[in-house]
Design a protein around this ligand. Structure first.
Ligand code: SAH
Length: 212
């Protein structure tokens, strides 16, 4: 069982409010002021230890990145990485994605990443999957009409479910890959889980979804 709360983590996070933003609802509709520029905003839901976002931030200084992770025990590693790299375009929220409408205004976000999210394989847990239509309803409100969802997973069942959920929601699918690391998609930044699973020889599935 994963340790959800790490002793001392909350106190450490409070010392770095410019990295782990403590009252995100205060910045709703005003994230550009937090970053002090008008760059597009890309959000990763279930960001884990932040490897993907730190890598993306370094590759794309013209984009602002915000990662949302609910567990102290993992986001603390993201904080440690961010302190070391001092990248101004990557921030984290220690929050639950369920409340995402409290943090972003309508159309404030340009792109949303969902990487290696928990598959919740039992039917009775469908509503917890981050690609369930209840979550898509939330994402649609914060994304621009031209916004995109980029999704990666090692889990075939979750991928099949998500393709149906995204297309059933009326989204168009693009750059679908059943074996990302053998595909010609460029600029892939690996997440922690992606590194772990691909080292074991597992395939990585990926797709992009748009509202039109
Ligand atoms: N994206 C990372 C971590 C994947 S594990 C990677 O690819 O390596 C999935 C992460 O999502 C876990 O750390 C889990 O705590 C987080 N998560 C799942 N549901 C969440 C929710 N509703 N709100 C915030 N974080 C969530």
């Amino acid at each position: 069982m994963r340790l959800r709360n790490k002793p001392g983590a909350k106190e450490k996070m409070k010392q770095y409010p410019h990295i782990i933003v403590s009252n995100p609802s205060e910045h709703k509709g005003k994230w550009n002021q937090v970053f002090n520029n008008d760059h597009p905003i890309h959000v990763e839901v279930g960001t884990g230890k932040g490897q993907f976002l730190m890598g993306m931030g370094m590759l794309h200084p013209e984009v602002n990145y915000i990662g949302i992770e609910k567990y102290d025990s993992v986001i603390i590693t993201a904080l440690e990485r961010a302190i070391e790299s001092e990248q101004p375009n990557v921030k984290f929220l220690n929050e639950d994605v369920t409340n995402i409408l409290d943090y972003f205004d309508q159309g404030e976000v340009d792109r949303l990443f969902i990487n290696f999210t928990d598959p919740w394989p039992k039917n009775k847990h469908e509503k917890r999957r981050l690609t369930y239509k209840g979550f898509l309803d939330l994402y649609k409100q914060i994304l621009k009409p031209t916004g995109e969802i980029h999704f990666k997973t090692d889990n075939q069942g979750l991928f099949e479910y998500s393709l149906e959920s995204l297309s059933g929601y009326g989204m168009s699918l693009h750059n679908v890959s059943l074996d990302l690391h053998k595909s010609d998609i460029e600029g892939n930044v690996m997440t922690e889980y992606e590194e772990k699973f691909s080292q074991k020889g597992m395939r990585i599935y990926r797709c992009e979804a748009k509202f039109r």
